[in-house]
Design a protein. Structure first.
Length: 156
């Protein structure tokens, strides 16, 4: 008589689905932030505050959703996830604009001229961007942004 071995419970399907849901929500948030950054200068102060409250609320809900489902419930695939990408979500619209400008090759002085801010303010934004992304140089920060763009680019 043979004793059947216990079957291993395959939890990869639910965890993949959860991981997909988290990435999808994060992608929606990132797309929203991208759209906001394009319209930011056209908004009045009250509209900006309302939009930022909505973005922060969505980011909080996303974080709570991720915590509720545990750190080990999602898959971490090097092709789709990176700890640096998480930092992009926490950039302010201005920091995102500065990072986008850096990715286009703009100098500190040129970014200051574009946005009507001093070069020391630009350097302060860059310092904050580096800290949030957990990188050590502007080149690394731009690399994170461009890699994120390439991985999330829709096929034509």
């Amino acid at each position: 008589m043979t004793v059947p071995l216990p079957r291993r419970v395959d939890s990869t399907a639910p965890s993949r689905q959860l991981s997909y849901q988290l990435r999808n929500k994060a992608s929606v948030l990132a797309t929203l932030a991208d759209e906001i950054s394009g319209q930011w200068d056209k908004m009045d102060h009250q509209a900006r505050n309302a939009v930022m409250r909505k973005v922060h609320l969505l980011a909080l809900e996303l974080g709570q959703f991720a915590e509720r489902n545990g750190p080990s419930s999602g898959t971490t695939n090097a092709e789709t996830a990176s700890p640096w990408f998480d930092g992009l979500i926490f950039l302010t619209p201005r920091e995102y604009e500065v990072l986008r400008s850096l990715s286009l090759g703009a100098s500190t002085r040129r970014i200051g001229e574009l946005f009507g801010i001093s070069t020391s303010t630009v350097r302060s934004h860059v310092k904050s961007i580096l800290a949030k992304l957990g990188v050590h140089s502007r080149v690394e920060a731009v690399s994170v942004l461009l890699t994120w763009d390439a991985r999330n680019q829709q096929p034509a």
